[in-house]
Ligand binder design. Structure first.
Ligand code: 1GP
Length: 264
């Protein structure tokens, strides 16, 4: 079983590996998810801004799930090992056309600074019946895209938040809390040259007690640590996972990042 309650609780800084089903075959995605699990990551997110559909999302989710269940089973056969919950597999979808009933949960999100009703409420309504019937656990999330924003910003027609727009990000953080969302995600866009600025994370942190997820352009332990020091609870990395062909090298890179995030 996966522990889903912990996702929306604030505790130590945690890392999530984002896997884009459009970027690799399911067996490669599964190897990357295992490397993340062994390195101490706390969640596998599945999603991308384009190129995903229910077929490649479901095949990827199933491959990752089988792999994680296998290593969890192996761990329970070792009496010295702690029998921990399996890593949660959480959809982070581009829209209602890219869902899988085999995921544990979904970030049921509003792209709060989109200028298009489709991303504020349209896709959410389009996917609602499927999500409810499939029993995937919805995690309501305010999703705010900051400059440079990348493809997510363009596809989502976001009115991007610039690094110095402190008051604006504060207002979004307060609004996310008042809407009753369980998470706030500050996104710079996958592959962003620079991640979400320290000032924006700090301002959001001061405005809400919600767990804050930060992603986009975080490539090294130092950047992850800076975001955590500014107030991030979750660090998401996507591209980093695709840089390594070798699962052991990915594991080592993620271990170094998670260690930096948790050091004083
Ligand atoms: C994108 O925030 C994520 O939604 C991850 O970005 O691929 O730059 O790590 P990167």
């Amino acid at each position: 079983m996966a522990n889903l309650d912990g996702i929306t609780q604030r505790s130590r800084p945690r890392h999530a590996l984002l896997i884009d089903p459009a970027d690799q075959e399911p067996d490669v995605a599964a190897k990357r998810a295992i490397a993340a699990a062994m390195a101490g990551s706390s969640m596998i997110l599945i999603g991308g801004s384009s190129g995903t559909d229910s077929k490649n999302v479901d095949e990827t989710v199933v491959a990752i799930r089988e792999a994680l269940e296998l290593i969890q089973w192996a761990a329970t056969q070792d009496s010295d090992a702690h029998s921990e919950d399996r890593l949660p597999i959480v959809l982070f979808p581009q829209g209602a056309n890219a869902l899988s009933p085999n995921a544990d949960a979904i970030t049921y999100m509003m792209l709060m600074n989109s200028t298009d009703p489709r991303y504020l409420i349209g896709e959410q309504v389009a996917g609602a019946t499927f999500i409810k019937n499939s029993g995937i656990h919805p995690i309501s999330m305010g999703y705010v895209i900051c400059a440079p924003g990348g493809k997510a910003g363009r596809v989502g027609k976001a009115d991007l938040i610039d690094p110095d727009e402190i008051e604006r990000v504060s207002s979004y953080a307060s609004a996310a809390e008042m809407f009753g969302f369980k998470l706030l995600y500050l996104e710079a866009g996958s592959g962003a040259e620079s991640p979400v600025s320290r000032g924006l994370i700090e301002a959001a942190r001061e405005s809400t007690d919600l767990p804050i997820v930060v992603g986009g352009g975080i490539r090294d332990p130092q950047a992850a640590r800076r975001a955590v020091k500014a107030g991030a609870d979750w660090i998401v990395t996507g591209n980093l996972g695709e840089q390594y062909e070798d699962a052991d090298e990915l594991k080592q890179a993620l271990e170094a990042m998670i260690e930096a995030m948790n050091s004083n």
